[in-house]
Write a new protein. Sequence first.
Length: 582
Amino acid sequence: MTQTNYIIFWGYLVLTLLFSLLINVSSLYAEPSESGMVETEQGDAIAQNNLGSMYAEGKGVPQDDVEAVACYRKAAEQGNVAAQVNLGLMYAEGKGVPQNDVEAVAWYRKAAGQGNANAQANLGWMYQYGKGVPQDDVEAVACYRKAAEQGNAGAQNNLGRMYEEGKGVPQDDVEAVAWYRKAAEQGNAVAQVNLGWMYAEGKGVPQDDVEAVFWFRKAAEQGSAAAQANLGVMYGGGKGVPQDDVEAVAWYRKAAEQGNANAQNNLGSMYAEGKGVPQDDVEAVAWYRKAAEQGNAAAQVNLGLMYAEGKGVPQDDVEAVAWYRKAAEQGNAAAQVKLGWMYVEGKGVPQDDVEAVFWFRKAAEQGNANAQNNLGSMYAEGKGVPQDDVEAVFWYRKAAEQGNAAAQVNLGLMYAEGKGVPQDDVEVVAWYRKAAEQGNAAAQVNLGLMYAEGKGVPQDDVEAVAWYRKAAEQGSAAAQNNLGVMFLHGKGVPKDFVKAASFFKQACNRGFPDAMFNLGLCYLTGSRQQVDIVMAYFYMYKAKKNGINDKSLLSTMQLLEGILLPDHIEKAQKMTMPPLDK
């Protein structure tokens, strides 16, 4: 039995549901009055505010933020609410005046005190993020609620977010949904995305992918990049809509072209896997890079992988490490595992087991099962940490209980050898079975051995053969060798020399030394038509060259060397492995 120590999934990241839940401050600019422009010399505050907006937007006059501020100030000082909001915004954004959050708050507060919903919403945002005032979620909620109850869609969305996150109010998904819905029904795209997310996750409402798609589509058709990305995910996964990679790509592309990093990463994965588009690693790299340069951790991992494998770019471990590190430092567990693995193998960095353990531990503590398994192996082998079987078992168990097949095999091995736990064959079988039923070939071989030897289960050659066969069909040389033994001796199957030799040959061609010895014995002990002492010597010589040095092999070779002519021995030693029988 061999232990699988470092199992890293190197495939592309699964396209994940990465929904944007950003809070937008809506309607910060007040609309010009319906009454139109009037003479500013009359001191009309509405006209002054409107003229300020014309300067701010460069409509009918050259764009001029300083002049806009001057007009807004004249109107605001006369108590014009819209101008007070607009002047606050100019201070918040540093347009036409030095940026000054305290001054922005002062003007928002004047307008909010007059009951202006936009000002109340903006003031809530300033409290939520501690701009110009001490950070205060309770005060933020109070401001959002005043605006929301007046029908302000931005405030309704933001109030929903506060309920969803439990900020300033008790956490309440049902209440969050209620406020998101109010804003979404007014056409607020951010709220539509958020409401779609709640349906997708079943938060505050029964889980309903069809309803999620409905709301994502409404926002996507308004041009929301987050919604377009999410709609792509729904088509890619066939959630709430028929599965359709072409449609998924179309929505990812719309969002990606707006600069949405999640969509850019997902579009890269579609090119990498040839889903909905012709497979194209160069195009995949281009999209991964766009997202990675925006700091998207998943894209950074994927771009690192492309460099590691030389797909779409020249192979470059140093560059792979650089991208893995960027993502790992953001806390991305998959990147931390990959970076740890690069340190284990000394690829792109000097080999360093201590550094590998550091990164495996970071990912393991986030619950990453691959990292937990790898960390267990580092403890089992005393690499980068003092050797500690108890600690190895601790980490193997964490990963195994999450369903990680490699860790299940490793935990089974610890029970088999009584390392870190009392020796227990029943427990061994239980863990091997869990991994074997997931299709893990090493576990299938090991479970077959337990049945063959009657350890932890009643002895059963038929069951042993069944598990060996499953692993052999996956190309396991150990399983092919074991099946050869079962056919050679008629255990669990009818005795069949030809089938035995066939399985031994398959294992030999995968470089399995035990099979070389066994096949040599077949050529030595078969029927008259099957005996070939030159081939017997050839396979035994190969077995010895590949590390088999037991007494039976050496004594058999010595016997054959006494029989064979020197030129036959020389011929056998120079032979290469013959091809498999068709």
